[in-house]
Design a protein around this ligand. Sequence first.
Ligand code: SAM
Length: 250
Amino acid sequence: MPAEVDPNFPYGLDRPRQARATAGVGMILGVVTLVSALLPGAFDGARALFVLVLLLACLSSFVISGGLFRTASASKVKAADRLLNGLDLRGDEDALDLGCGTGLMCAGLAVRLPDGQVTGVDAWIEGQLTPNGHKVTKRTLSLAGVKGVTVRTGSIRELPVQDDAVDLVVSRDVLALLPSDTARVEAVRELVRVLRPGGRVALLEPFRTRIVVRELRTLGLTDATRSRRRWTTMPPLRTITATKPPAPRG
Ligand SMILES: C[S@@+](CC[C@H](N)C(=O)[O-])C[C@H]1O[C@@H](n2cnc3c(N)ncnc32)[C@H](O)[C@@H]1O
């Protein structure tokens, strides 16, 4: 199915502090590099190496901050679209987006699931996405022309959702931001609890993916796998997929 969400619609800046801090560090390093390069004897022996290291550090900072800002525009919409297009959805599934932020994945789900129910849950954690909040998300989805999404405030470690309630759980860049592996394990247990037998998991995560896959397998989702990193967003993301086994017959 082709992407039907606007790839340029703004869904907020992830990790805003890191994005601004790395841009600031890049600028400071740029000035220091320039001053060092203009000093007499800057390119003699060990000093030339020092200038080169400064230059590389400066460029790296700009690459990281540029990547973070670029991800806020089209890159993360494309990453979400790629994930959702790969799921081959029927259109009547009930889906849950963990840590929905301003509704990027909810919007992509809503256009693909005209006969299903889409719910986003977020605790609106300060400093992880800007702007963020229940009202911001409702407004963003409305501006994007998306209808019928339920947005709920709550923790993904204690989901405000019944057992066996959804056919699909998705998420992008949320489990990695939890404070510990214990928290990640709790979140994985919760997402498996709310999945119906036969339901699917599709996550995009940059870090700590091994522990997520391990917990999914421990909970009986034996087909749980993670892909290689894709460098189209900053930080680069891996896709984690799994299926909850169907209920035993009889
Ligand atoms: C980097 S943003 C990603 C937002 C969204 N998934 C997207 O793709 O645009 C991380 C989001 O996870 C949410 N979050 C972090 N920890 C959470 C928790 N324990 N429960 C619910 N939401 C959480 C934050 O509030 C934030 O909206």
